[in-house]
Design a binder for this molecule. Sequence first.
Ligand code: C2E
Ligand code: MG
Ligand code: MG
Ligand code: MG
Length: 288
Amino acid sequence: EAKQVGGRGWRAYDPASALRRMRSRMLEAEMPAALAAGQFFLRYQPQVSLETRAMLGVEALARWEHPSIGAVSPGEFIPIAEANGFITELGRFMLHEACHTALGWPEHLTVAVNVSPVQFQRGTILNDVREALAASGLPPQRLHLEITETLFLDRSDTLFKTLESLRGLGISIALDDFGTGYSSLGYLTCLPLDKLKIDQSFVRDMADEAGAGSIVRTIIALAHSLKLQVIAEGVETEEQCRLLITLGCDCAQGYHFGKPMDAEDISTLSSPDLTSLGRHTLIGQAKA
Ligand code: C2E
Ligand code: MG
Ligand code: MG
Ligand code: MG
């Protein structure tokens, strides 16, 4: 961040942040052509039942392999795409790819796609979901959407109706990164949701920090009292896994069960003789 100088609020020239802005503008300008050129693709990360350790489905995550600068992280390109609206196109691509790919997997597997608040604000999400389902032929029950708490800064009727309509199609809605953002517990009770995802920051500190542990315990209790399923993200160790089971958490996702991987690896992992993930072997560690 640029330094604040004196009390007048103007900033000193900071070469590092000037470079970052330049890189941002370059990435922004290149995005549409990059999508057309096939530089964007999807990785899939297993979501497992903590009771059986069987894979229930996957989360689809966007990747950008830039021909000259290499992998650009979604942490960098998603905010840029949100700021200029390109996320609606990228989001449409994600939905189509995810639905199409999931159709090639065993039919008990679900696929969760992240959706940006911008896709709701622009009013494109409902149609895009309908089209992706129709074009792929994926049963709506196999599609999950992950939304974030920032979406609820907008408390409009439209938002509520859109969520209702999406669920009316038969898909499930998960609230991602729960606990990190804006949240009004009262509002939560009247939202059409199916699942809460506990943010990985709480899972990470769960074992060694009393505070994080009680947050996880509280979120699980809250979810269950609202009849929502709860999934912990960022599970990296067997110890975290055991603790989550003790606390009654339903599902988990994290490097302990598998890193984001390609569609073929998901097919392999969902073969009938591989029903238990994370217990003895670490799987899918090749590609992140
Ligand atoms: P998210 O939706 O909360 O996704 C989980 C992130 O945690 C992913 O990072 C995943 O690779 C990482 N992760 C999973 N397991 C572990 C673990 O055990 N340990 C650690 N340290 N990390 C783990 P990724 O792929 O870099 O994505 C970052 C964020 O970018 C996502 O967070 C999501 O908010 C956003 N994003 C990714 N793809 C899309 C997309 O298609 N659309 C939108 N709107 N956002 C996306
Ligand atoms: Mg997510
Ligand atoms: Mg998350
Ligand atoms: Mg996250």
